[in-house]
Design a protein. Structure first.
Length: 345
């Protein structure tokens, strides 16, 4: 039976304070959707040594949560008939970027969106340049010509479609292929095709002065740059916009992207146990409900998004502190998502 409790702000109080205490940065925002109700709990400041309070409009780097936007862009373009999920990547690569090995020719757009393309986590020609900037901005300076040089050397580590292995390379490439298909650049395309239709007015595809400062071990780090791999992790957004984004995921029929939103939530590849992967989104099935979730991290930010359609619940966690293996922000946010879901069902 659905719970009638409406003190959503009360549900956020303890976990938001716990996340603020554990964060490696000065700002923490925890937000939630509960049926038609919304609540946002903000703690701290966008930067050390400032008196300005963080709020629901403060921008945070999303890291890999960006991938969910790229997946929705794929679905939107598929609905329009501009691309097909089973189209090979070679259909949208420029002639000089075509893979030399025939095994790579069977990789499709859907493989990239489900991490089943057999690609490594990052392009092999990025590994050496990353060394000197690993703890600050490892993707900065990796340009489109570098990415296309990497595509000529693609060598799937397993037959495409047979195993799930997370790949920034894959989703970064996916976004650039979609941009090629549309004859646009990725930043403008994702804003026009995904953000504008959903009313996401505070989401940015490039660095923005309104973004909170990122920190690693209490030390400031430069704004995250991804350039060629922007579709895998370059977006910035606010709790306000992300609440709208999750509301769209929960109620596709109320948006202009109904079919695309439904498509991204379709489980497509088994991972293990109750887990599978949709178009980028992680999916976990329980007896009475399903959870969809994704986390993100840059060198100065940690982010979590999750939702449950059956309970009409969504949770967002944003901090401007770097992720560590002992980090409690993502586990706390996931636990809150499960708690709110069970209260509603």
């Amino acid at each position: 039976m659905t719970s009638t409790r409406t003190d959503l702000a009360g549900w956020l109080d303890a976990p938001s304070r716990a996340m603020a205490a554990a964060s490696h940065g000065p700002a923490t925002v925890l937000a939630a959707l509960w049926g038609g109700e919304r609540a946002v709990a903000c703690h701290g400041t966008p930067a050390w040594h400032t008196d300005t309070a963080v709020n629901a409009h403060t921008l945070f780097e999303l890291g890999s949560v960006t991938k969910t936007f790229t997946a929705l862009l794929l679905a939107e373009m598929a609905v329009r008939g501009e691309v097909g999920y089973d189209d090979p990547i070679t259909a949208y690569l420029p002639p000089g970027a075509l893979p030399r090995r025939t095994a790579a020719e069977s990789i499709t757009l859907a493989h990239l969106a489900t991490h089943t393309g057999g690609l490594p986590r990052v392009p092999t020609n990025l590994l050496l340049p990353m060394v000197s900037t690993w703890w600050t901005n490892p993707y900065a300076g990796y340009r489109l010509h570098d990415l296309y040089r990497a595509t000529t050397r693609i060598r799937p580590r397993y037959p495409p479609g047979t195993r799930v292995r997370y790949s920034n390379f894959g989703v970064g490439l996916l976004g650039q292929l979609l941009a090629n298909a549309a004859g646009r650049d990725y930043p403008g395309l994702v804003i026009d095709r995904v953000c504008h239709p959903l009313g996401l007015t505070e989401t940015r595809a490039v660095a923005d002065p309104g973004c909170a400062s990122g920190y690693r071990r209490a030390q400031p780090v430069p704004p995250w740059e991804m350039d060629a791999l922007a579709p895998a992790g370059a977006l910035r957004s606010s709790a306000t916009d992300l609440l709208r984004y999750l509301d769209a995921q929960l109620h596709p029929q109320s948006t202009p992207l109904t079919d695309a939103l439904r498509a991204v939530q379709m489980p497509r590849a088994a991972v293990r146990g109750k887990d599978s992967i949709c178009l980028v989104w992680n999916h976990r099935a329980f007896r009475r409900y399903e959870l969809f979730f994704h986390s993100g991290a840059t060198r100065g930010f940690t982010v979590f998004l999750g939702f449950c359609r059956q309970a009409d619940v969504g949770v967002i966690a944003l901090t401007n502190g770097s992720w560590t293996r002992r980090d409690t922000v993502i586990p706390t946010a996931y636990a809150l998502l499960k708690t709110l879901t069970k209260e509603r069902l």
